[in-house]
Design a protein around this ligand. Sequence first.
Ligand SMILES: [Zn+2]
Length: 233
Amino acid sequence: MNVLAIGAHPDDVELYCAGTLAKYARQGHSPCIAVICSGDSAALGATPDETARIREQDSKEAAALIGADIHHLRYPDHRIPTDDTIKNQLIEIMRLCCPQVIITHDPNDCYTDHKRTSALVEECIYMAGQANIETQSPPIPQHPYLFYMDTVGGLHFDPHYYVDITSVFDMKRKMLACHSSLTEQTSRFPWGDLAETMDYTARFRGMQAGVRYAEAFRFPREWTWQITNNPLP
Ligand SMILES: [Zn+2]
């Protein structure tokens, strides 16, 4: 099975669904990652172009740990368009990966980049299956399952499903650690750095699910057929 995770920023997939991707990979499935923004607004003390280059390299190293293909659309942070160009790019990535499962941000997440990514992905899933919308690759033959990953801080997110990631938590930790360029910036956060944030989020969702570490997911309200056909690992 092919699984495509689409995040707005270079570390979002690692924070919210890398454990699930690692579990899919361990089970012999093929994970694929797409990142919409370059992450150029991070305060690394470098120019936007250099920041984007560093953050792309970080996310490539994280993806390589689980053997995932990764695609970067390289839009500047806070400037995701909603035009046909980005839709065709997303449709082509969906067709290249040909996923049975797509994971992206929740539409109620707090950042505009996350919300816009969510809306674009949901729209493009339908378009990716339509033969009259031409890109380089042929239409996807099946309608993928769509899951929304946890929100920033778990706010406004009442999970439908949990994935027990206890057995792959070390891999999730290693993947996030590839984003070491953010360490100095996030170490100044009063609630804890990136690694701590990931750790207590997974513990909190794990407590809800009755396991040590978990990741939480929802599905679109109207996609009720996903209730009885859950392909999460
Ligand atoms: Zn983000």
